[in-house]
Design a protein around this ligand. Structure first.
Ligand SMILES: NC(=O)C1=CN([C@@H]2O[C@H](COP(=O)(O)OP(=O)(O)OC[C@H]3O[C@@H](n4cnc5c(N)ncnc54)[C@H](O)[C@@H]3O)[C@@H](O)[C@H]2O)C=CC1
Ligand SMILES: O=C(O)[C@@H]1CCC=N1
Length: 271
């Protein structure tokens, strides 16, 4: 099969992870080009992955069938305007930026553009990402298939039908690794306060968190039921859970997710 040429504009953490996943999954390195403003990251990518690299965004995008826009949201307008004349209705553009809407892209491109907006998360860096995807009306089946393949190289994918739902993906997956990190930080701090050394405290938290996540993955039962199995009536877990619930944990989590959604909408207005 002829592989489409994919150019990544902005070769930072997230784009680097996707390129690494693609190469690891067997996509030919020769069919991938990374363009970045600075050279340091490009040298590492060329050494580690054997892909093509350049500091010239235009050159990279011109030669590509698929252009992945991987810069920060505040850099996107400048990058897109530089590439706008390449939008011939055939080249597919994929964005990984939070809060940059299709309407922004169409304004910067000056017309409709075949575009897939994606919302990945940082576990993509270790192949355990969760990415939401949304396709503009001007995309076709092949565009969706290649975008799905791209993001499945670093984890799992979920498609949404309405663009607004990408903000819900941010709340439930894009920003969500940080919620678990915060929880783990709090547990680690308390374990150290109880007298465990730093390495042991980290291991207690890390092994328990990955064990719990793995149980959710492997056991085909409601998460509530897994919790019930740990919680002996009148026992220690019951007291800990009561303490969380008395502090309103469910509402705290729901409010935090709403705050992420509101911020995504605000970010879109700021551009
Ligand atoms: N970090 C996260 O958890 C998530 C990030 N995202 C999105 O991913 C995008 C990238 O984020 P990161 O990879 O974390 O950022 P990063 O800062 O690691 O990567 C951005 C890269 O773009 C390069 N760059 C900046 N201006 C450029 C230009 N004009 N031309 C070419 N390259 C340029 C920078 O040198 C840098 O290497 C953002 O839009 C962000 O919203 C999406 C989901 C999750
Ligand atoms: O915090 C942010 O804005 C980005 C989007 C999702 C994760 N990080």
């Amino acid at each position: 099969m002829e592989h489409k040429h994919i150019a990544f504009i902005g070769a930072g953490n997230m784009a680097g992870a996707i390129m690494g996943g693609l190469v690891a999954s067997g996509y030919p390195a020769k069919a991938i080009t990374a363009a970045n403003r600075s050279e340091g990251k490009l040298e590492t990518l060329a050494d580690e992955l054997g892909i093509n690299t350049t500091t010239d965004n235009l050159k990279a995008a011109e030669a590509a069938d698929v252009v992945v826009l991987g810069v920060k949201p505040n850099m996107m307008e400048g990058v897109v305007k530089q590439l706008a004349h390449l939008n011939d209705g055939k080249k597919l553009f994929i964005s990984i930026a939070a809060g940059v809407t299709l309407a922004h892209f169409e304004a910067w491109f000056g017309k409709a553009v075949p575009m897939i907006r994606t919302m990945p998360n940082t576990p993509s860096l270790v192949g355990l990402g969760m990415t939401g995807l949304y396709a503009s009306d001007t995309t076709n089946k092949d565009d969706k298939a290649i975008s799905d393949m791209l993001m499945r190289a670093v984890g799992k994918t979920a498609w949404v039908k309405n663009e607004i739902e990408l903000d819900h993906i941010i709340a439930a997956a894009g920003s969500a690794p940080a919620y678990f990190f915060l929880f783990m930080e709090a547990m680690e701090a308390k374990a150290m306060e109880l007298g465990f050394d730093a390495a042991t405290a980290r291991e207690l938290v890390q092994q328990t968190a990955s064990g719990a996540a793995e149980m959710v993955r492997r056991r085909d039962m409601p998460i509530r039921e897994l919790r019930r199995q740990v919680t002996s009536p009148g026992g220690t877990t019951a007291k800990a859970i009561e303490s969380f619930q008395a502090a309103g944990l469910e509402k705290i989590v729901a409010d935090a997710m709403d705050a992420a959604i509101s911020r995504a909408a605000e970010m879109a207005k700021e551009l």
